[in-house]
Design a protein. Structure first.
Ligand code: AHR
Length: 505
C-alpha cells in the first residue's frame, strides 16, 4: 500500500475560516425557485408556498449565505417586477435562459424564505441592462429604514424592518460574451466603481464584490482582474471567481486533479489583487469571493436543446445535472482547496442549491433527495468551522493528461478550539489502491478519535435517486489513534472526514 505522511500542529495556522465559504446560490433559473424552494400546490408547502421538506434539507446544510437572484438572470432583471401585489406583477421573458419569469417570487419573498432557513442573502445587482440608479434603488428598498420613496414602498408592501443585506455583487460575469450587457474590462470597471461609490453613500456598512473572471479559460483572464480592480479597488471589498469543471472526456484521474487548476486560479487572483494594491500604494487588501463553483457538464447538451428548440417555458428542467460519486470526490477536493486558502477566500457559493446543478433535488409534487455532492458539502459545513491549519504533507504523486505531480492525497485540517475538535478532510485520488495515512498530531494532547466518516462506492459513476441512495456516507473508516499519532487507511477513491476530539471535553 502506498503511504502518505502528515504533520498537524495547532500553532501552524492559515487563518480563521470565514463560515461564508460554505455559502450557496439560488438563481431564477429552471426549477430552482419555482418548483424548487417554492411550490404552493405541494402537500408540504407552508403558508407562504415554500416546501418544508426542501427547507429542512437546506437547514441541515447550515448554509450561512445564499447568492440571489443570479447569475446570468440578474443581468436582464428588473427587480421592481418582483415587488408589490402579486396580481400586478408582470410576466416577462428571461433572456439569459430563454424562459418565462412570472415574478411570483421577488426580494421580499426570498428574504422571508432566507429567514426561515436561517441564512444571509448575498444580493446581486443588474449591471448588464441597468446601472447606478437601479442598484441604488434596490439598496434603498432593502436597507434604508424609512422615510424615503423606496424604503416607504417596502413598508407599504408589508415589510417594516429593513433587511440590512450586507453583501452586494456588482453585476455578474460581465467578462462573458454570453452575458446580457457584456462589457469590456474598462467599461465594467468604470460602471462598477461608480455604482459601488453611490451604493456606499446610501449604506456605508455594506460590502461589495467586484466581478472577476468567469473561469480560468477566459481569454481576458487575468488582465480583466487587473484592469477592473484599477477602477474598483477603493470601493470594492472582494473580487469574485467562478469555476465549473466536468469530466467530459471520461478521464477520472485527470478530472480529480482539476482542483489544482482551482488552486492556481486562486493564487493568480490573489497575486493580481496584491499587484494592484502595491501599484496604488494601498493599505487595503481585497479578499476573494468564490461565488460560483461546482461540477457542471452532465446537462449541457439537453439544456442547449431546450433553450434553442423549446424556449419560453415556466420553470423548465434546466441544468439538472445528476451527480455521480466521482463528482462528489472533486467537490470534496474543491472544498479542501477553499479551506487551504482561508486567509484570502472569505466567501464561496456552491452553485447552486436546489434542482439547478444542485446538491438537493425535488420532484414536482413529489419527494426530495440528496445528490452525491450533498455529503462533502455537508461535512465541510458542519465540521470545517474554526481555524484552518497549515499541514505538512508528503504524498505519492501521479501525472495525468493535463497535470504533473498530482498528490494522491488531497487534505486539510480544521481546528475548532471552542469544541476541542480537529477534523481532517482527505480525498484519496488513487482509483486503484488504498492509501495509508500516517499522521502526527502530538500538539493536540489527549485527543482521541470521535469518528471516521467515509464516502466511497465501487462504481465511480453511481448516483442517487429519490428511491435509491447508493452514495451516502458511513461511519466505517479504518482509523487508529495512539498517543498523538493517527494511522488511517484511506480507501481507493474516497472522501474521508476524520474527527478527533479532546477527551477532557
Ligand atoms: O450557475 C449557472 C450560471 O453559471 C450562472 O447563471 C452564471 O453566472 C454562470 O455562468
Amino acid at each position: 500500500m502506498k503511504a502518505a505522511k502528515m504533520l498537524i500542529d495547532k500553532e501552524f495556522r492559515v487563518g480563521i475560516i470565514d463560515n461564508r465559504i460554505y455559502g450557496s446560490f439560488i438563481e431564477h433559473l429552471g426549477r430552482a425557485v419555482y418548483n424548487g424552494i417554492y411550490e404552493p400546490s405541494h402537500p408540504l408547502a407552508d403558508e407562504d408556498g415554500f416546501r418544508r421538506d426542501v427547507m429542512e434539507m437546506v437547514k441541515e446544510l447550515k448554509v450561512p449565505i445564499i447568492r440571489y437572484p443570479g447569475g446570468n438572470f440578474v443581468s436582464g432583471y428588473n427587480w421592481e417586477d418582483g415587488i408589490g401585489p402579486l396580481e400586478l406583477r408582470p410576466q416577462k421573458l428571461d433572456l439569459a435562459w430563454r424562459t418565462l419569469e412570472t415574478n411570483e417570487i421577488g426580494i421580499n419573498e426570498f428574504a422571508k424564505w432566507s429567514q426561515k432557513v436561517d441564512t444571509e442573502i448575498m444580493m446581486a445587482v443588474n449591471l448588464g441592462t441597468r446601472g447606478i440608479a437601479e442598484a441604488c434603488n434596490i439598496l434603498e428598498y432593502c436597507n434604508h429604514p424609512k422615510g424615503t420613496y423606496y424604503s416607504d414602498l417596502r413598508i407599504k408592501h408589508g415589510y417594516k424592518d429593513p433587511y440590512k443585506i450586507k453583501t452586494w455583487c456588482l453585476g455578474n460575469e460581465m467578462d462573458g460574451p454570453w452575458q446580457i450587457g457584456h462589457k469590456t474590462s474598462a467599461e465594467y470597471g468604470r460602471l462598477a466603481a461608480e455604482t459601488g461609490k453611490a451604493m456606499k453613500l446610501i449604506d456605508p456598512s455594506i460590502e461589495l464584490v467586484s466581478c472577476g473572471s468567469s473561469n480560468t479559460a477566459m481569454p481576458t483572464f487575468p488582465e480583466w482582474e487587473a484592469v477592473t480592480l484599477e477602477h474598483t479597488y477603493d470601493v470594492a471589498d472582494y473580487i469574485s471567481l467562478h469555476q465549473y469543471y466536468g469530466n467530459k472526456d471520461n478521464n477520472t484521474s485527470n478530472f480529480l486533479a482539476l482542483s489544482l487548476d482551482m488552486d492556481n486560479f486562486i493564487k493568480t487572483v490573489i497575486s493580481t489583487c496584491d499587484y494592484i494594491k502595491a501599484k496604488k500604494r494601498s493599505k487595503k487588501t481585497i479578499n476573494l469571493s468564490f461565488d460560483e463553483w461546482n461540477v457542471w457538464f452532465h446537462s449541457n447538451e439537453s439544456d442547449e436543446n431546450t433553450m434553442k428548440n423549446n424556449p419560453w417555458q415556466k420553470a423548465p428542467a434546466l441544468l439538472e445535472d445528476t451527480y455521480t460519486f466521482e463528482d462528489a470526490l472533486l467537490v470534496g477536493c474543491m472544498l479542501i482547496t477553499f479551506i487551504k486558502h482561508a486567509d484570502r477566500v472569505k466567501m464561496a457559493c456552491l452553485a447552486q442549491l436546489v434542482n439547478v446543478i444542485a446538491p438537493i433535488m425535488t420532484e414536482n409534487n413529489g419527494g426530495v433527495w440528496k445528490q452525491t455532492i450533498f455529503y462533502p458539502y455537508l461535512h465541510a459545513s458542519l465540521y470545517g468551522r474554526g481555524i484552518a491549519l497549515n499541514l505538512v504533507v508528503s504524498s505519492p504523486k501521479y501525472d495525468t493528461k493535463d497535470f504533473t505531480d498530482v498528490p494522491y492525497l488531497e487534505s486539510t485540517a480544521v481546528y475548532n478550539e471552542e469544541k476541542g475538535e480537529v477534523t481532517i478532510f482527505a480525498v484519496n485520488r488513487d482509483l486503484e489502491e488504498d492509501l495509508l495515512l500516517e499522521c502526527d498530531f502530538r500538539s493536540f494532547e489527549n485527543y482521541s478519535l470521535i469518528e471516521h466518516l467515509v464516502l466511497e462506492c465501487n462504481d465511480l459513476k453511481a448516483y442517487n435517486t429519490l428511491n435509491h441512495q447508493p452514495v451516502s456516507p458511513k461511519r466505517n473508516g479504518q482509523s487508529k489513534v495512539d498517543n498523538g499519532r493517527l494511522e488511517a487507511v484511506l480507501h481507493k477513491a474516497s472522501w474521508n472526514v476524520i474527527r478527533l476530539g479532546n477527551k477532557k471535553n
